[in-house]
Structure formats: C-alpha cells, structure tokens
Design a protein around this ligand. Structure first.
Ligand code: H2U
Ligand code: ZN
Length: 337
C-alpha cells in the first residue's frame, strides 16, 4: 500500500493518539469560506496598543519604556498564585482539584510592527534568552512551564503587538502528561530518548525534514495533525530550555528566523500559528527520556484565507488530514530561502 495515495492511520509516538491520513481526497472541490486576507504590516509604534512601550495597559498599569523583550504578569490571568478552590471529596464522577499558577505576557520587542520572523538574529536571540530565563525561574516553583505564542487573529491573538505568553502551574496538564508517559515508556524499554531515536529515523529518511543547522532540526512529524505542522528539536539530548548552551541558543535564533520566513512565504502572508515549548516537567520529579522540543501548529490549508477546521469527524472521532506530511515538508523546503 502506498502511503502517498491510500487512506491509512498513523500513530503519534509522542502522545499515543492516532491520525487518519487520506491523500486520495486532495482532488475534491472547495467551496467553503474564504476568510479576509490579513492587513499590511502595522507601524512600529501604535499609541492605542496595550503592549507598546510607555502605553497604559487594559488593566490600568503603564508599560515602561522597554528596549528589548519585556515580561509582565497577565492583567487577566487564567491561573492565580494562591491555591484556589477548596475541593473536598465529592462524587467520583464530579471530581475537581485546586490549581496554582501564574500567567505572564512576553513582548518580544518594543517594535509593534515586527514579529519573531521579522526581528534580526540578535533581537530573536534576546527572545530565546527570555524564554530560557522564564523557564528556569518558573520551573523552580511550578511543575509545568508553558511558553507559547498565538500568532494572528485567526489563532485568537488579541493584540497585533508581537508577543507570546508563559503560563506555569503546579499540575502536569493533559498533553504534557501524555508526552511524559510515552517518553518514559520508551526510555524504560530502550534506554534512549524517544525523540532522539525518532530524529535518527527522520535523518535517515529525509522525506519529512524541512531544515536544519548544527544544533537543531525542523521536520513535519510523521503523525502531524495540522497541514503544515512542524516539530523543532535539538540534535543533542537537552531536557529544558535553560539547559541550552550559548551556541545552541544562537543557532535557535537563526533557525527560528528561517522557519518563520518559510512559513510567511508559503502563502505570502503573516503565517498564523500556535507554537510552544515542551521542556521536561520540573518540581523535583525526574522525567526520564524527556527531550526538549517546540511544536508549531499552523491552521492554514491552501492559501492565506483557507484554513483547516478541526470539526466533524475530527471533533467526534479522530484527527484527519489530506495532504501527507511528506508533501507538506516538500512544500516547506521549496519556499525556504
Ligand atoms: P494573546 O497572546 O492570545 O493575544 O493574549 C494576550 C494576553 O495579553 C491576554 O491573555 C493579556 C491578555 O489577558 N493582556 C494583558 O495582560 N494586559 C493588557 O493590557 C492587554 C492584554
Ligand atoms: Zn504595540
């Protein structure tokens, strides 16, 4: 059976989930919604922006006249540092538990008009350093640290000022727990990190590789759910962002720029995505075999305005894709500068 022509399922080795791949469906006609194309690049300062230097935020506080990355505690946090919700023993079908955490906003730079892709390597390195510092600080106090970015209105980003977020909490969230379990199992069985074994397979095959440098590899995972989903991972064993040495940090700034430029070139638009880092859980407990990585989940399917929706069968049964991960990787390689 040819995986490029016939329906099949692939297993996500990192979560244990399955994805249905239906390449034969690529020929079907499309009469769905065309979403409005995104506007031009905004100015470098916007007096009405909550996140620009010197401006007053929605919560009433004023941003300092910051010159590099700027971190502040979210004015509308989803988590609070004091344990909330006394839970007590209820019915086992109605379980709840308290949760403690914090939510921060990370403005990448004072420039309102330039996102991660448009920053130069030095400016992007400053963002990498901020991720590493936040991860190091928050991991001391919390079990899970989640740096992420929602880019673009399509992904629910609420401000055009380039920014990401860092949430941290004293629990292992659902996705983190699944990745921890799969990586732990692989480690027990083989004594090697799951993602490093996987990287060897991908390097030998090559069909899903997008780009690489001396420290990092970008690939479309074998089990990708989103059309142009990618996985970014260090070549060497690294558990957490803060464990990256100076060379790896600089190489990260460089490859990030390359990947994001390719994304923007793919449909000639500021490519929307949710991205985030998965570093080993903290809180004193070991996470054997955990390899640091970043996921990029972009929603676009065939143009700047046609996106994939995770609905119908996907919401009710299982994630499904038409474009194969191999074809997606080939498209991304084509647009790499
Ligand atoms: P997005 O990354 O999804 O755009 O979210 C931006 C966050 O910034 C959002 O969680 C916060 C919002 O609560 N924010 C502030 O904390 N203060 C503000 O003045 C504006 C936005
Ligand atoms: Zn701004």
């Amino acid at each position: 059976m040819s995986l490029s022509e016939q329906p099949h399922r692939r297993r996500n080795a990192l979560t244990g989930d399955w994805v249905l791949v239906s390449p034969q469906r690529l020929q079907r006609p499309w009469q769905g919604a065309q979403e409005p194309a995104p506007r031009d690049r905004p100015p470098s300062y916007d007096p009405n922006c909550y996140l620009c230097p010197g401006n007053v935020r929605a919560g009433g506080r004023r941003n300092p006249d910051y010159r590099g990355p700027y971190v502040f505690t979210n004015d509308f946090p989803a988590l609070l540092p004091e344990a909330s919700g006394a839970t007590g023993a209820g019915h086992p079908l109605l379980r709840s538990e308290a949760v403690r955490g914090t939510c921060r906003v990370l403005c990448y730079s004072p420039d309102h008009g330039r996102g991660l892709a448009a920053l130069d390597d030095a400016e992007r390195l400053a963002v990498v350093e901020a991720w590493c510092a936040q991860s190091a600080e928050l991991r001391r106090a919390y079990r899970w640290v989640q740096p992420f970015e929602n880019r673009g209105e399509m992904m629910g980003c609420s401000s055009p000022h380039p920014h990401g977020q860092v949430w941290a909490l004293d629990r292992l969230p659902t996705v983190a727990a699944r990745e921890a379990e799969q990586q732990r199992r692989h480690w027990r069985r083989h004594g090697r990190a799951l993602l490093l074994d996987y990287l060897d397979l991908e390097a030998a095959d090559g069909a899903r590789l997008v780009t690489a440098n001396a420290h990092w590899v970008v690939l479309v995972p074998y089990w990708a759910a989103w059309p142009f989903e990618t996985l970014l991972l260090p070549r060497r064993a690294v558990a957490q962002l803060e464990d990256l040495d100076d060379e790896a940090r600089a190489a990260l700034a460089e490859i990030l720029g390359r990947l994001l430029a390719a994304y923007d070139a793919l449909f000639d638009c500021p490519f929307p995505y949710s991205m985030g880092w998965h570093g080993a859980p903290g809180g004193g407990r070991a996470a054997p075999g955990w390899q640091l990585h970043a996921h990029f989940y972009p929603p676009l399917l065939r143009s700047a305005t046609v996106r994939k929706h995770m609905v119908g069968f996907e919401l009710l049964a299982e994630v499904q894709r038409d474009l194969t991960p191999e074809a997606a990787a080939a498209r991304l390689r084509e647009v790499l500068g």
